[in-house]
Design a protein around this ligand. Structure first.
Ligand code: F3S
Length: 399
């Protein structure tokens, strides 16, 4: 790879041990993927924050980078942690876990990372512009950034994202190159998509179809005239989880779709396909459920307002987690939504989610509106799952 004199200095150790390690990671990655040079990034989002996933080895590596003088050079935020940083006791997190999780957060803070833990950085001020190069880790956010914003990111691992933060650059390959953003298959949607869970189910169907190609193409989706932020974040999470997609184009909705014509090869998605996908995410009866969670990906303020409206004056009968970013929770506090919601017995789980928190085996069955949450709750946490529309999820917490 061709490095600038400053990048070469970083690699030679002139800027300290942590920056040197970071540049070594990026050069190794760039060499593997055939990048010719580095490109400057304007935004970073680092995954690998929950101590449940990191373990002692991951924490040790982060501490070494912090001890080695690593400091971020661009705006950098975190993916969800394993607990609500301020209110972990209410979620039944052990003191031992909390101690280790706080050490992780401290290591990031020492490197000047903004320790806001969210998978929707684009809702909380870490919001890049069209065409900007960024280095994000969270798969749903990467898919959202590439597709809905038109920013350019590969799906980074935790170490390579942190390396980009400490150097301000990333190797130019994959989604950073215009030619790799070209769609390869048209997906025409004939199904109705009234709610978040419908977009989640669509992501399941499209993701699985893309998996069948030898070289996974980027989908060019037609037949959807409009989609809200909430629906697009739900779809991004789902198509990234079930199909490993880093990007899609949606005609009339996403900004780069107009640059291309629909590819000739076309797949039609019907209502029956969607219904089948919804059914595949249901492995329990509603009365078996003892856990309800909304906020995968993290909730918007609008969604929290709707929960407050539906719950006002009632009592929940199941453990109900409302997962969101801390800044969104603070807005909900101001608007009085938090007060209304907490009075019902439902719990805010800011900074975290039902997948990355250490709750494996703690519940029997989860009700959610998220196809991605179903995937990981059943796989990682061994819960049965039930998917339903957003409003119905809230009402199910009351029964
Ligand atoms: Fe976010 Fe956790 Fe879902 S990180 S996308 S809420 S699995």
């Amino acid at each position: 790879m061709k490095l600038t004199p400053k990048q070469q200095d970083m690699l030679d150790g002139t800027h300290g041990r942590a920056t040197q390690k970071a540049m070594e990671i990026l050069v190794a990655l760039g060499t593997i993927y055939g990048a010719e040079r580095m490109v400057p990034v304007t935004s970073v989002q680092v995954a690998g924050v929950s101590y449940d996933n990191l373990g002692e080895a991951g924490l040790h590596w982060l501490s070494e980078m912090a001890d080695g003088g690593g400091k971020t050079r661009v705006l950098t935020t975190l993916n969800p942690a394993g607990m609500d940083i301020e209110n972990w006791q209410a979620l039944g997190i052990s003191e031992d876990f909390a101690r280790q999780q706080l050490r992780v957060i401290d290591a990031f803070a020492r490197m000047n990372v903004v320790t806001t833990c969210s998978c929707t950085p684009y809702l909380i001020g870490n919001s890049p512009h069209y065409g900007q190069h960024i280095a994000w880790s969270e798969s749903s956010a990467v898919c959202y950034a590439n597709s809905v914003i038109g920013a350019r990111s590969n799906r980074e691992g935790g170490p390579s994202a942190l390396a980009a933060a400490l150097t301000g650059v990333t190797p130019e390959y994959g989604m950073h190159l215009a030619e790799n953003r070209r769609p390869g298959v048209t997906i025409h949607v004939e199904a109705r998509l009234p709610d978040n869970n419908d977009f989640g189910a669509l992501g399941v169907v499209i993701g699985k179809r893309l998996e069948q190609f030898k070289e996974k193409p980027i989908a060019y989706i037609t037949g959807i005239d409009q989609a809200s932020v909430e629906q697009l974040k739900s779809f991004s999470a789902s198509v990234a989880t079930y199909g490993g997609a880093a990007m899609f184009h949606m005609r009339g909705v996403t900004p780069e779709a107009d640059r291309f014509s629909p590819p000739d090869e076309t797949i039609v998605i019907t209502q029956a396909d969607l219904d089948q996908a919804q059914q595949s995410l249901i492995s329990a009866e509603t009365d078996e459920a003892d856990f309800v969670s909304l906020g995968c990906p993290h909730l918007t303020l609008n969604e929290i307002a709707r929960i407050a409206e539906l719950l006002e004056g009632k009592r929940v009968t199941k453990e109900f987690w409302i997962t969101t970013a801390r800044p969104i929770k603070q807005m909900a506090d101001r608007m009085g939504y938090t007060h209304v919601i907490e009075a019902t017995g439902a719990k805010f789980a800011a900074d975290t989610c039902c997948v990355v928190a250490p709750i494996k085996g703690r519940f029997n069955a989860l009700i959610t509106d998220s196809a991605k949450a179903c995937y990981y709750a059943s796989g990682k946490n061994k819960f049965k799952t039930i998917i339903m529309p957003f409003d119905e999820v809230v009402l199910a917490a009351l029964e």
